[in-house]
Each structure stands twice: as structure tokens, then as C-alpha cells.
Design a protein around this ligand. Structure first.
Ligand SMILES: Nc1ncnc2c1ncn2[C@@H]1O[C@H](COP(=O)(O)OP(=O)(O)O)[C@@H](O)[C@H]1O
Ligand SMILES: CC(=O)OP(=O)(O)O
Ligand SMILES: [Mg+2]
Length: 411
């Protein structure tokens, strides 16, 4: 790495999307903590469909957002299209200012508890974990391989969703199943979205004017994938996702918690195959399974029109969320704040209002005016009298990945 190489490209490859940001980590910082100035941001959606969309905004040049629609077959093609967009703005991957590429990797198992420079052995381990993150790790691997091919000389860093959760106590991480079987197959609760839970719990402490070590926070990361975590003094003590990102909350297309006997029943009685059940629970369940839509905007629109299926889906989603708020209040003993984040948590005021409704005895309340505010900034939505703060705290997985990546390669 040269002294002038202060930029980091972050790739957050999801099952059908890639989010990316190019950041400068050291804009004349005079040795202070790497801030992270965004030079370009973008998103490729609906990869593998006819109507893929690449939206790219070159912030460094002050250029407007450019949207390109048309089929993008796979993650490799998506990354090459992103590289071409960056080049068009003079921000190409060939830049000597690029210090590293940081990758979100969803499953890191037990081995990876910190950001890691990727070599063949690391890549092999991420590959070994594909069966426990089938929607995510393959996309992450393609992202890494494509980036390596474009810039073989650069450090590629993996930042794992699971890392933040490795502090969970054994009694929260273990399933109550035969210990020998669990250990032989490394079956335990790993938890995901950790980069977001870490970032948001820290930002929530900041919003309260406290040090992270002083506060207990329940973080509700509600995106398409969704998870809750209980964070005590900056350390994760429980989280809702498990061996895979299927456990826990009701999600866009995933069932979340379910009696495992449902799967035996589907195979023995309904005649479904292992793969059928996998697809059912991961892709055809959750909100989409309940009402045909996984986008909360569309669900709210349908409810406003009196659609009962959409309303029931919403109620099931909220009921599960409430159960986790209650459970994590008990786990933490004292809660200082409940923080909503990610696409639904940051934007859907009715979800926040419904999730906290009736929890006054637990010290929780929502101020309707504050809850209606739209802003990209962390903000309180609880009235002053509430014993527990409720907040909207926008997540920034890409910034967190960039900071962790830069800290590792510039050390
Ligand atoms: N304005 C909005 N109102 C309600 N829900 C929204 C809004 N914008 C986005 N969402 C929800 O956020 C989801 C995407 O969240 P996001 O955190 O980007 O998910 P992911 O990273 O899993 O793709 C959408 O599926 C939609 O349900
Ligand atoms: C782990 C996980 O569920 O990620 P996402 O929300 O990006 O699907
Ligand atoms: Mg996400």
C-alpha cells in the first residue's frame, strides 16, 4: 500500500443484489480516526432477472444518479458493470489510490471473529460454510473472486456478519440438542447482521450521550432479512438468527421461528423434498408467503385499502417483533434503548408504532410526531417521560466495513 492509497471499495453482495460504496478513509484527517468520505455509492438490484437495475451516484464529481436497466445475469456481471461505472467517473478499480476492497461476508462460522485479509485458506473456509448461508456466502464468494481478478495486487478483506455475535454466552448460543451431535457438526447459533448491530448499538449510545460500555440496547435490524439483538455494554449477549439466517423474526421471504417438526411433516406427509422445504422456508415464506408481497410499502398501501391478508401478515410480523422485545428486555434486565434500523426500521413509522404499542408497562412509548419525522439522522421517537428510549438509528454497514478494512490494511 502506498502512502496515498486511502480509498476503500466496499462490496455488500446479497442474494440478488450488490450494494457498494467507494470511500476515502483519510481526507486530510491529520492522523485522526478514518472518517470515510463517500466518493461513489450504488446498488445493483434484481440480479439474474430481465429487469436488473444499476443505480450509480458519483458523489466525488457531484454527478447525478445514473440508472441503467437491463438484464445482469449474475454477480460477476454485476461487479464488472459496477467497475465500468466507477471507471467512467475516473474512480476505476485501477486507481493507485485504492488501498483495499472490503467485502461483507455473511457466515464466518466460529473461526472468524475479526476482519480478515482473504487468502486461499480463508476463501476455502467461506466456501465450506455455504450450506449454512446458501443465499449469501455464494454471492460473497463471487464478489471476492471477481474483485481479485480485477485487482490481484490489492488486499481483499472479509468483514463477517457473524463476528459481533461471537461474544454471546454459551447458554444463548447453544441449541438444546445432543451435545455430541451439535459439536460434531458445529451446530449452534451464530447470528448475522452483526456489522449493523455493532454499528447501530454504538450510534445509539452516542445518541444518548453515553459510552457504549454504559448502555444496554435492543437493536431491531428490519430489512428484507431481519434480526434482533440484545447488546449489553457494547457486547452482544443474544440475537435472533441462528445456525443460518432463517431463525427469528418474520422477514420479507423467510419464516423465522418455526416448530422444526413442520419440516418433517412437509417431507413425510406433504411429500416435499429437502430442497422444496428449503425454498419454501427461505424464499416463499415470511411476508411474501403470508400475503404475496415482501415490500412493507406495498403492504401498508394494501392495508390502507382494506386488504385483510396484508393486515394479517403485518400483525404476524409485529407480534413476533414484540415477543423479541419482551424476551430481550428480560435477557438484559435493564434496557436503555430500543433502536430501529435498516429499510423497514428506518422508513416504516407504522411498524415502529405497532411494535411498541401497549408496552408502556415496560417503559416504552412512541411520540407520534417524532415517529413521523423523516430523516437520515439518528433520532429519538419516544416522549421525554419514557423510561426506555426508542430511536431510529440508520445503519451503515458499508461505512463500518470500510473502517474495519482500512484499519486492518493501514495498521
Ligand atoms: N419507505 C419505506 N417504507 C416502508 N418500508 C420500506 C421503505 N423503504 C424500504 N422499505 C423496506 O425495506 C426493505 C429493504 O430493506 P434493506 O435494509 O435495504 O434490506 P436488504 O439489505 O435485506 O436488501 C424493503 O423490502 C421494504 O420492505
Ligand atoms: C444475513 C441476512 O439475512 O442478510 P440480508 O438481510 O442481507 O439478506
Ligand atoms: Mg441488508
Amino acid at each position: 500500500m502506498t502512502a496515498t492509497a486511502t480509498r476503500v471499495l466496499v462490496l455488500n453482495s446479497g442474494s440478488s443484489s450488490v450494494k457498494y460504496q467507494l470511500l476515502d478513509m483519510n481526507p486530510d484527517s491529520g492522523g485522526g480516526p478514518a472518517a470515510g468520505t463517500r466518493l461513489a455509492v450504488g446498488l445493483v438490484e434484481r440480479i439474474g432477472e430481465e429487469t436488473s437495475l444499476l443505480a450509480h451516484t458519483p458523489l466525488a464529481t457531484g454527478g447525478a444518479k445514473r440508472e441503467t436497466e437491463g438484464p445482469i445475469a449474475d454477480h460477476e456481471a454485476a461487479l464488472k458493470a459496477v467497475a465500468a461505472e466507477l471507471s467512467a467517473d475516473g474512480l476505476g478499480l485501477d486507481s493507485p489510490q485504492l488501498a483495499a476492497i472490503g467485502h461483507r461476508v455473511v457466515h464466518g462460522g466460529l473461526k472468524f471473529t475479526a476482519p480478515t485479509v482473504i487468502d486461499d485458506a480463508v476463501l476455502a473456509e467461506i466456501e465450506r460454510l455455504v450450506p449454512v448461508a446458501p443465499l449469501h456466502n455464494p454471492a460473497n464468494i463471487t464478489g471476492i473472486r471477481t474483485a481479485q481478478a480485477l485487482r490481484p495486487d490489492l488486499p481483499q478483506v472479509a468483514v463477517f456478519d457473524t463476528a459481533f455475535h461471537t461474544t454471546m454466552p454459551e447458554y444463548a448460543a447453544r441449541y438444546a440438542i445432543d451435545v455430541a451431535t451439535a459439536d460434531a457438526h458445529r451446530i449452534r447459533r451464530y447470528g448475522f447482521h452483526g456489522t449493523s448491530h455493532a454499528y447501530v448499538s454504538r450510534k445509539t449510545a452516542e445518541l444518548l450521550g453515553k459510552d457504549p460500555s454504559e448502555v444496554n440496547v435492543i437493536v431491531l435490524h428490519l430489512g428484507n432479512g431481519a434480526s434482533a439483538s440484545a447488546v449489553a455494554g457494547g457486547r452482544c449477549v443474544d440475537t435472533s438468527m441462528g445456525l443460518t439466517p432463517l431463525e427469528g423474526l418474520v422477514m420479507g421471504t423467510r419464516s423465522g421461528d418455526i416448530d422444526p417438526a413442520v419440516t418433517f411433516h412437509l417431507k413425510r406427509v406433504a411429500g416435499m423434498s429437502e430442497d422444496d422445504v428449503d425454498v419454501l422456508l427461505n424464499k416463499k415464506s415470511g411476508l411474501v408467503g403470508l400475503c404475496g408481497d415482501n415490500d412493507m410499502r406495498e403492504i401498508r398501501r394494501r392495508i390502507d385499502e382494506g386488504d385483510e391478508r396484508a393486515e394479517l401478515a403485518f400483525d404476524i410480523y409485529i407480534h413476533r417483533l414484540k415477543k423479541y422485545i419482551g424476551a430481550y428486555t428480560a435477557v438484559l434486565g435493564r434496557v436503555d434503548a430500543v433502536a430501529f434500523t435498516a429499510g423497514v426500521g428506518e422508513n416504516a413509522a407504522p411498524v415502529r408504532a405497532a411494535a411498541l404499542a401497549g408496552l408502556e408497562e415496560m417503559g416504552l412509548a412512541v411520540d407520534a410526531d417524532l415517529n413521523a419525522v423523516r430523516s437520515g439522522e439518528p433520532r429519538l421517537i419516544s416522549p421525554e417521560y419514557a423510561r426506555v428510549a426508542a430511536a431510529v438509528v440508520p445503519t451503515d454497514e458499508e461505512l463500518e466495513i470500510a473502517q474495519q478494512t482500512y484499519a486492518l490494511v493501514s495498521a
